[in-house]
Design a protein around this ligand. Structure first.
Ligand SMILES: Cc1cc2nc3c(=O)[nH]c(=O)nc-3n(C[C@H](O)[C@H](O)[C@H](O)COP(=O)(O)OP(=O)(O)OC[C@H]3O[C@@H](n4cnc5c(N)ncnc54)[C@H](O)[C@@H]3O)c2cc1C
Length: 480
């Protein structure tokens, strides 16, 4: 360690406490490596503040001394957003929110829960349930990701079709700005039309505008009647028709509508040691819920399926059958790891264009890579897809040599259909050179102005989200 970081460590230990400032290399190592082991950052300390006042003190110091700060939640992000960028190697700190994990308030009248940002999502769900309520944000990483990270990424997940992404579930936020200023907007207000809303700028800002330290979350009545069904269809068009028919019949009772390709299902079934629920080219896992006990869902669903000739269907008759079906969906990510390394995409297009998107991407890939293997699944209910590409025989990190080329093929087709390259995982350092293709010049200028205003020294999550005008050696992306 050079003299300067040593001085900073001593100062930070005095401002916080020695226990809140980690400098041991082995203890810091897991914080410096991203979830997919693609990015390894280098910092002189990992801070784990135990109070909002400690976050403020740390930020005030870092602002004053121009020390780069990488905010980190559960470190489950898939775009390298929580890993320090190479451009700040050795000069900065990671600010880990994990020790800031208390429940602050519950209001039955407002159906709201206020928690520290470092609370693990599964714990938020549990606390809501203990209070007789339901917090619907649900992702496969919910055992490790934190609510602050979910909000920073505007996370989506399995229940977006009914409840929306994280943005729709936040009533209020508490944020520490780059210079240590505290903005407290934690009131459980269901309406507030008093001008621009800083909260919405923070949601999805991926740690580039401020540190989220607390959140007031919107709760719902717990589902009392649940119907889970697995339906086989012959095309994505048919799956989209099924979605429209179910929405039409059940309205807001449709909570989840997941699309799974036959290949993705086979991988997951093998991995899970489960039989296939049925044979089909495409599969839909759908869930209907109602907060009324004993709501009649089964017969009306059977009617919809009959009416449209969707005869390949399995309905879960018990909680264990329901979990078996969900396991097949949730194990897809783990199952594909067995094949090896893939080039992953979380894209979204208007629901009516999902089928064309898959067809166009497949054709473009196959023309360039004859042996290409794709694993396609996702949240058709909100138009988003996980589109993962394997290039046999490259089943290890060697596949990344083709990443730019594969991304260009997928993203060009996605954008041509009015879609986005970041449906729910964010931009991070993986995709920021593509941002100018997703956002207009005017939007980028507005983003940069906001960044300049809130973080004038650019200490927060440098090298993430916003493209740095080529300073990081990104490959040029063709303009629109
Ligand atoms: C198996 C698996 C399944 C997943 N499924 C989904 C899914 O269905 N839907 C989905 O949306 N995502 C999914 N993800 C991605 C990931 O879990 C989410 O993006 C999650 O919201 C990240 O939360 P985190 O606490 O781990 O954040 P981190 O990974 O720690 O950080 C993510 C970003 O947020 C910033 N950040 C974190 N905490 C704060 C804070 N308190 N204040 C300011 N900035 C902060 C970081 O700087 C970084 O830019 C999945 C990941 C895995 C591994």
């Amino acid at each position: 360690m050079t003299a300067l970081p040593t001085l900073h460590v001593t100062a930070l230990q005095n401002l916080l406490s020695p226990a809140e400032v980690i400098t041991d290399a082995d203890t810091m190592a897991p914080f410096c490596l991203d979830q997919r082991r693609r990015y390894r950052g280098e910092v002189f300390a990992v801070l784990q503040p135990r109070s909002v006042a400690a976050v403020q003190a740390a930020m005030r110091y870092c602002h004053q001394h121009r020390i780069p700060v990488t905010p980190q939640g559960g470190n489950t992000g898939l775009c390298g957003g929580a890993t320090p960028h190479a451009s700040v190697a050795g000069r900065g700190i990671i600010l880990s929110l994990g020790k800031l994990n208390r429940v602050r308030a519950f209001s039955r009248a407002d159906y709201s829960l206020t928690v520290d940002a470092g609370m693990v999502l599964a714990d938020v769900q549990r606390v809501a349930a203990e209070n007789g309520c339901f917090f619907p944000l649900s992702l496969a990483s919910e055992g490790s990701c934190q609510i602050g990270g979910n909000i920073a990424c505007n996370a989506g997940g399995l229940n977006v079709v009914r409840y929306g992404p994280a943005r729709d579930l936040v009533l209020g936020l508490e944020v520490v700005l780059a210079d240590g200023t505290l903005v407290d907007q934690l009131q459980p207000l269901h309406k507030n039309t008093s001008g621009y809303d800083l909260k919405h700028s923070m949601i999805g800002s991926e740690g580039t505008l401020g540190i989220i330290t607390g959140a007031t979350l919107k709760l719902f009545s717990p589902p009392q009647s649940v119907l889970t069904a697995w339906v086989g269809v012959d095309s994505i068009h048919a799956a989209a028709d099924l979605l429209a028919a179910v929405k039409n019949r059940f309205g807001e009772r449709l909570s989840s509508f997941e699309l799974v390709s036959a290949h993705a299902l086979k991988l997951s079934a093998d991995y899970s040691n489960s039989a296939l629920p049925l044979q089909a080219a495409w599969h839909v896992l759908l869930e209907l819920t109602d907060s009324i006990v004993g709501a009649e869902l089964t017969d009306p669903l059977a009617e919809v399926l009959d009416e449209h000739g969707w005869t390949e269907a399995v309905i879960a008759l018990s909680e264990s059958e329901r979990q078996q079906l969900w396991r097949l969906r949730e194990n897809i990510s783990a199952a594909q790891k067995r094949i090896g390394t893939s080039i992953k995409h979380d894209i979204a297009v208007p629901i009516a264009a999902v089928a064309d998107c898959v067809t166009d991407c497949e054709a473009a890939l196959r023309q360039r890579f004859a042996e290409v293997e794709t694993v396609v699944f996702g949240h058709l209910g909100d138009g988003s897809l996980h589109y993962n590409v394997f290039l046999p025989p490259l089943f290890d990190d060697a596949v990344y040599a083709y990443e730019d080329e594969v991304n260009a093929l997928i993203y060009e087709r996605t954008l041509a259909l009015g879609g986005t390259i970041a449906a729910e995982h964010g931009i991070g350092q993986l995709k920021n050179h593509w941002l100018p293709r997703v956002r207009s010049e005017a939007e980028l200028a507005w983003m940069r102005a906001g960044k300049q205003q809130l973080d004038p020294h650019g200490i927060l999550n440098a090298g993430k989200l916003l493209p740095e005008n080529g300073t990081h050696g990104f490959q040029a992306v063709p303009s629109k």
